[in-house]
Design a protein around this ligand. Sequence first.
Ligand code: C2O
Ligand code: CU
Ligand code: CU
Length: 468
Amino acid sequence: MSIVSRRELLIGGGAVVSAAAAGGLTAARATAPDLTLPIAPHRAAIMPGTVTEGMMSFADGGLPPVIRLQQGVTARIDVVNKLKEASIVHWHGLRVPNGMDGVPYLTQRPIEAGDSFRYELTSHDAGTYWYHPHCNTLEQMARGLTGVLVVEEAEPVGFDQDLPLNLRDFRLGRDGQFISLFKPRSAARGGTLGTISTVNWQEQPVYDLPAGSLTRLRLAVTDVTRVGTYDLVSGDTPLAMDDAKVIALDSNPLPIPIGASNILIAPGQRADVALRVPDREGEEVLLTRRTSKGPKVLARFRAVGPSAGRTLRELKPLPLNPIAEPDLANAEVIDFLFGWSPEGAPPVASICGTLGYTFWSINRVAWEGDTPDPIAPLAVMKKGKSYILRLRNETPNDHPIHLHGMTFRLLRSNKRQLPQLLTDTALLREGETMEVALVADNPGDWAFHCHVIEHQKTGLTGYLRVEA
Ligand code: C2O
Ligand code: CU
Ligand code: CU
């Protein structure tokens, strides 16, 4: 059984449940959407005693909803742009047809102010995903436009609760108002960090959960910049494997679950944690992030009521997603070099905005901006063929490298042991070279970029073409 909260929208077999229309749309016409997703201006109390003006949300009130899809079931989502500027929505990690991927000019025209666009999404993969704009991306995400998207397994795996945690910062001053969304000198380095860390738009929320029950925590780092290391602890003790373990990363199950401490996740990445709530009423588990000053508490999970007495062993293993296994013996190797920009000419003006600087490049070419006439693809792949992408980071900064439309397998790194993992976003650490492999099975032009949005928007973007 999963709990669907007021802010969650459950989509399955054409049914929609939402705060506004609980049960009211199930008899909708065939052409009606399963979900209407506004992009709207917003104000909210993020810091106590203040109201932050100039926010944006995927809701007419409240934070962006958790969108829940059922594995293999098509959902029609009408995005309605109520902003005074163009936008577009990308479904991070979902392997959808190119026309539904939400990237300006590569896959569709931007959704202009006042316009709407219907996305039809079917995911054959289950797991934790998220959604965000891909137009004026830094500003729109920084102001609030990041939401969690869940694709539920066709067969439940046995949790009592399912709790998505949208992890992100806001750059607010003491009065709760936005300060400059980025600093150029930071954009040329690691990126500009936020000032307030939130979980589901709250500082240190407390979640009451039935004692001794099994909860699936879905950590999604939707922040524009922050690479973080997270721990689940009781007091200052890491939880034992019987109490918490990471069962999936970036929506794909780990073949062998790992302990829920030292979880390194970067912008764009996700971690699913199976948590056994403590038995004793009032006992707490904390989600913390490591900082130079010690652990910072982000959220608390508090046991309530008598113990349900469940154990993590009762969970079924997560089913594998149907992702094609690359043929490594016959794979072609493609090299990518992530580095500084060769000359730093400012980007071309566009309806989707620019930050006005060029600092970064892929293979010495800096992305010019989201224009109707994009530069050439970084690589052209043939549909059905296997490729090894060799990702080389020549900079002293971290770059979470994200590919749209396809999932790749981590092979090896020159710096560390990598988990056996299928993913859409690989964290390339400073000076690291990593090899990843995929089957080019989804035709189209697929954005390929760093998910530190200041890097993405100042050159570290390109795209890969898969020819049918
Ligand atoms: Cu989540 Cu192109 O991004
Ligand atoms: Cu994406
Ligand atoms: Cu980067």
